[in-house]
Write a protein that binds this ligand. Structure first.
Ligand SMILES: CC(=O)SCCNC(=O)CCNC(=O)[C@H](O)C(C)(C)COP(=O)(O)OP(=O)(O)OC[C@H]1O[C@@H](n2cnc3c(N)ncnc32)[C@H](O)[C@@H]1OP(=O)(O)O
Length: 424
């Protein structure tokens, strides 16, 4: 039998390194095994997925030449509170095969990647965590949250006879080519106004419209565009329907939203109302939205919208506390001394934050701290979605001065929750 120490030694002996371009197909197959996906993959899917992978930022662990662990990062833009965009190290495709787990392979790949991101000057690292328990140990904290709703259309109280937006705008059904033409500009406006949102490279639109096939089961969705009374493109939605009928021939279709964008509340309202007006559709599922999404408030009876999922979404790892705190604006004016603990030594230290609605300055200080907190908890507070009072009550943040958590909330919390509309 092998002892844990011997297993750890064996993991150390494994090669963890960036892959070569020629190794990409084997790396993708290893990732699919790690994500419990069927090993069969078409040549087209393999080629379309490989085209999105930069081998220089793609790590593999190799045991006797076989890829047994995968890890990849790519450059990403993340919107901070106030609209400034910061450079992020987006981490994805993390897997360690069931035969090689719990021998430290993830820890080795993560340490390499975060060190490289720090060296490059990225302000944060981002990821969507498969399981809650994995990433806190590396200094990540949940920073955006998501909710899904299921709308019982007959209960909404909306007038089913109404067919067009009641605000002078219009909705048109369009094809994927039109979405590729109109989508990037609209999305860019939306994401710069939403803390927690990330950029969508051209590849995102190609995948969303089926030009690139990165999943075997892709079918073309419906696409609709909303234009305001002034003719401006302000909203867009992609959805699928399921052609379900009851035994007495009642139409019972569900319209499942894949993504819905509005640069104005009016655009969001018009699109949700449109989805609830489609003949045959009795249920609308929302896809992943911010936890404080306006959807229920657009319905005469908000109880028609039932929450079906609510969870943490994007996790953040601050790589540079000073640049992160200086990249955002604040809800009020004030000073706060933060003692930030980072056991990995990537950032942290005691800093004086001088905050205002125009921005902030952050400098090392020897003044006594108001709050002591782990870098992972500061990540949860940074986008304004978590409360320092709440974290203090849970014993995660320590108040060194009475009332400091409340003061931190007055500066850092935002009226709307941060939101990352995408999975990556
Ligand atoms: C951003 C993304 O891609 S999210 C997708 C993550 N991938 C998956 O969930 C796929 C299935 N799981 C896996 O592939 C692997 O189990 C991984 C990647 C989660 C972990 O890889 P491993 O090499 O086993 O992790 P490693 O041995 O470095 O573990 C380090 C520590 O994290 C802990 N840990 C790792 N995974 C988990 C988990 N899923 N739940 C709880 N603790 C975990 C280990 O116990 C270990 O703790 P210790 O230091 O106290 O002993």
């Amino acid at each position: 039998m092998t002892s844990p120490a011997e297993s750890a030694d064996r993991a150390d002996a494994l090669d963890v390194r960036p892959i070569t371009e020629a190794e990409t197909p084997a790396w993708i197959r290893a990732l699919d095994l790690g994500f419990l996906r069927s090993p069969g993959i078409s040549e087209r899917e393999l080629a379309d997925r490989a085209a999105g992978i930069d081998p220089r930022r793609t790590l593999g662990a190799f045991d006797a030449g076989r890829c047994v662990a995968t890890f990849r990062s790519f450059p990403q833009e993340l919107t901070a509170v106030g609209g400034t965009v910061v450079a992020a190290d987006a981490i994805t495709n993390v897997s360690v095969q069931a035969t090689h787990r719990r021998r430290g392979l993830l820890t080795r790949m993560m340490s390499q990647d975060l060190a490289a991101a720090k060296e490059r000057g990225d302000v944060v690292a981002t990821l969507i965590a498969a399981e809650y328990a994995i990433y806190g140990r590396y200094g990540f904290g949940p920073a955006t949250w998501a909710a899904r709703w299921s709308v019982d259309v007959p209960r909404t109280g909306l007038d089913r006879r109404r067919a067009v937006p009641d605000d002078g705008g219009r909705i048109d059904l369009v094809d994927g080519a039109e979405i590729r033409k109109l989508g990037p500009e609209l999305y860019d406006r939306v994401r710069r106004a939403v803390p927690g949102a990330i950029d969508r490279p051209e590849r995102w639109w190609q995948v969303a419209t089926g030009v690139l096939r990165t999943r075997p089961e892709w079918t073309e969705p419906f696409f609709a565009v909303y234009r305001s009374a002034a003719g401006e493109v302000e909203g867009m939605v992609a959805y699928r329907t399921d052609d379900r009928w009851g035994e007495a021939k009642q139409p019972l279709n569900t319209a499942s939203v894949l993504w819905l964008l509005g640069s104005t509340p009016a655009a969001e309202r018009a699109l949700w109302h449109y989805l609830c007006s489609i003949d045959w559709v009795t249920t609308v599922t929302s896809g992943d939205r911010a936890p404080d999404d306006l959807l229920p408030l657009f319905l005469p009876d908000p109880r028609a919208a039932r929450i079906t999922m609510r969870a943490d979404w994007m996790w953040l790892r601050l790589l540079d506390v000073v640049r992160a705190l200086e990249a955002r604006t604040y809800e009020g004016e004030g000073e706060l001394v933060l003692e930030v603990l980072d056991h990995a030594g990537l950032t942290g230290g005691r800093h004086l934050l001088t905050a205002s609605p125009e921005g902030g300055s952050c400098v090392p200080t020897s003044r006594s701290a108001d709050l002591t907190l782990d870098v992972a908890d500061l990540a949860s507070l940074w986008l304004g979605g978590e409360s320092a009072v709440r974290l203090a009550a849970a014993g995660r943040v320590r108040e060194e001065r009475a009332g400091a958590a409340r003061k931190a909330d007055a500066l850092l919390r935002t009226p709307r929750r941060p939101w990352c509309p995408d999975i990556f």
